[in-house]
Design a protein around this ligand. Structure first.
Ligand code: URA
Length: 285
């Protein structure tokens, strides 16, 4: 028989479900769900069970049946999709890469394709060697980048420069870009529609530069490059196949500034990148 649960328990359950959903787990119920629950826990995939007619959200024992009895709980918004990456483009000869990147930049133009354009000072396209063997992808420009039109030139950029130097490389030797090219207000995470609007250009930049190794800096870059939401912990520490290249996921430098204890972990990730590139640690070189 259906019975209500107290608001604290309800919130705890919803929080747990959000957590599982962020892990990519969406199939929670062995039995169909009451349609009245549908606005609380919306369908996340087309393959979920038919929920049209079943009374209550029954557990296996039939005991626990949370009911939405008022409007006080805002519905959990459905997960917004991540767009499918475009087909891999053909190889651009090294000598043509700078002009191929310029063509992409020209096509972006004075972009108004998403809402981020309205707060933009300068669009941050990307920077570095068009033939880089190593490319970094961040989340989006911050205030300094927005002012200068270049990626990673603020505090996080200084740390990224140090990371690049520790790998035995110069910043000019790598290529750096972001998931979105315009600064999100207050440095918030880009919304999926903003990221999905911008990433086709990023994919084209990646295909032109065609680095041997791509490093995703933080969860947003990893999400939109790999096309799936997963906690960073599950993505770090290994090599992902990506458009014929090798992708490594590590912490965002801004996160490392907030929690420097994780620098050791980030260095371990960068050493994977170095191994892929055949680079020796400067100390050992
Ligand atoms: N953070 C990013 O993700 N990108 C930048 O360019 C600067 C800070």
């Amino acid at each position: 028989m259906a019975r209500t649960i107290d608001p604290g328990t309800r919130e705890a359950v919803l929080e747990r479900i959000r957590f599982y959903r962020d892990l990519g787990l969406t199939e929670f119920y062995r039995r169909p769900v009451d349609a009245s629950m549908h606005h609380v826990l919306p369908d996340l995939s087309a393959s979920e069970p038919d929920v049209s007619n079943t009374p209550g959200l029954a557990s296996e024992t039939g005991e626990f049946i949370p009911q939405r009895d008022s409007q006080e709980d805002p519905p959990i918004p459905p997960r917004k999709p991540i767009s499918i990456p475009p087909k891999i483009a053909s190889v651009v000869p090294s000598a043509d890469r700078a002009s191929a990147l310029q063509l992409i930049r020209d096509e972006i133009g004075d972009c108004t394709r998403c809402a981020l354009h309205s707060g933009r000072n300068k669009l941050v396209f990307g920077d570095g060697s068009p033939s880089a063997r190593l490319m970094f992808v961040g989340e989006g420009p911050g205030a300094d980048e927005d002012a200068q039109g270049l990626p990673f030139v603020g505090k996080a950029g200084q740390l990224l420069n140090n990371m690049i130097a520790a790998m035995g490389l110069k910043r000019e030797e790598v290529y750096i870009a972001n998931v979105v090219k315009c600064r999100p207000p207050g440095n918030r995470t880009p919304e999926p529609d903003e990221a999905n609007t911008c990433t086709p250009f990023l994919f084209r930049q990646i295909d032109v530069v065609r680095p041997q190794v791509l490093v995703a800096l933080g969860a947003t870059a990893a999400t939109y490059l790999l096309g799936q939401r997963q906690p960073l912990a599950g993505l770090r520490g290994r090599v992902h196949a990506f458009r014929g290249m090798h992708l490594i996921v590590t912490y965002h430098p801004a996160y490392l500034l907030r929690d420097p204890r994780q620098k050791k972990e980030a260095w371990a990730d960068l050493q994977i990148a170095m191994r892929e590139l055949g680079l020796k640690s400067p100390a050992k070189a």
